[in-house]
Write a protein that binds this ligand. Structure first.
Ligand SMILES: [Ca+2]
Ligand SMILES: [Ca+2]
Length: 233
C-alpha cells in the first residue's frame, strides 16, 4: 500500500498512458499516469482496454496500482480482464455488482457480459447472487460470470480495500507453465494453471486486456495507474 503520492512521483512521466487505451462509459484519463474507471457517482460504469492486443504465446506481466475508493460502504469494485469477446474494444458487461464485466447470475445468459474471458475481481460490496463474503475480497472469474466459489481476503474478516490508498496489483502469465499468478500489495492472491489459449479462447492467441468497474446504489471513485508493462507482441 502507498499513500497518494503518485502526483509527485509520476509527474515527470505524465502523458505516457494518454491515448494508449480505448475508453468506454465513464472511463477518463486523469492528470497523471492514471485512468479513472468510475467517478464517485451511483450507477456508473467505465472500462479501459489497452489498444494493442496481447499474444498469449508470450510471457507477460502487468503492474498497476489500483484505487477502490475511500468509503468502506461504497461499491462495487474493479476487474482486470483478458478477453476475446466478439465486440472487441467495445465489449462491456453489466453495471453494479457485475463491475462492468459479468452478468446478474451464473445461469442468466441474457444481458451484457464479456466472454470468452478470464478476470480477477477486486470486490468491495457483498452481493448474495455472486456468493460474496461480507468483506472485500479478490476472486478469479471466467466467461463473464461474477459468481465464485472461492475468494481471497487474507484471512481477515475486516479486510477492506476502500481505504483511500493505492494498492499494488500484478498479473503474470507464464505460457510455458500455463500459469497465472496475481499479487495484491505484494502477496499472491491467486495462482492457477489454465490452458488459456485452448481451454478459454478456443485456439485464439491474440486477446484484449484492460480494466472494468462499476457502481450501483453505492459508489466510490475507482481508478488504476500504470507502474510497469512487460509485454511482447
Ligand atoms: Ca470495504
Ligand atoms: Ca460484490
Amino acid at each position: 500500500m502507498r499513500k497518494l503520492i503518485f502526483i509527485f512521483l509520476y509527474v515527470g512521466m505524465a502523458a505516457t498512458v494518454q491515448g494508449q487505451y480505448a475508453l468506454i462509459g465513464d472511463a477518463a484519463y486523469m492528470n497523471n499516469d492514471c485512468i479513472q474507471l468510475t467517478p464517485d457517482v451511483a450507477y456508473s460504469e467505465g472500462i479501459a482496454y489497452y489498444k494493442t492486443r496481447l499474444n498469449l504465446q508470450n510471457f507477460f506481466q502487468v503492474d498497476f496500482d489500483i484505487y477502490l475508493g475511500n468509503k468502506d460502504e461504497g461499491a462495487d469494485g474493479i476487474t482486470f480482464v483478458i478477453h476475446n469477446d466478439r465486440r472487441g474494444f467495445e465489449a462491456f458487461g453489466t453495471w453494479g455488482e457485475c463491475m462492468g464485466y459479468g452478468r446478474w447470475s451464473k445461469n442468466y445468459r441474457a444481458g451484457a457480459y464479456i466472454a470468452p474471458s478470464v478476470a480477477v475481481e477486486f470486490d468491495t460490496y457483498e452481493n448474495w447472487r455472486q456468493n460474496d463474503p461480507p468483506h472485500d475480497h479478490v476472486a478469479y472469474l471466467e466467461d463473464g460470470t461474477n459468481y465464485h466459489e472461492t475468494y481471497w481476503h487474507d484471512n481477515n474478516l475486516e479486510f477492506n480495500l476502500e481505504d483511500d490508498m493505492l494498492h499494488s496489483f500484478s498479473f503474470r502469465w507464464e505460457p510455458d507453465k500455463q500459469r497465472i499468478t496475481v499479487w495484491l500489495d505484494g502477496e499472491i492472491v491467486h495462482q492457477g494453471i489454465r490452458d488459456l489459449i485452448n481451454g478459454v479462447f478456443g485456439g485464439e492467441t491474440r486477446v484484449i486486456w484492460g480494466f472494468t468497474a462499476s457502481t450501483g446504489r453505492a459508489s466510490n471513485l475507482q481508478y488504476f495507474c500504470l507502474r510497469n508493462l512487460a509485454l511482447k507482441d
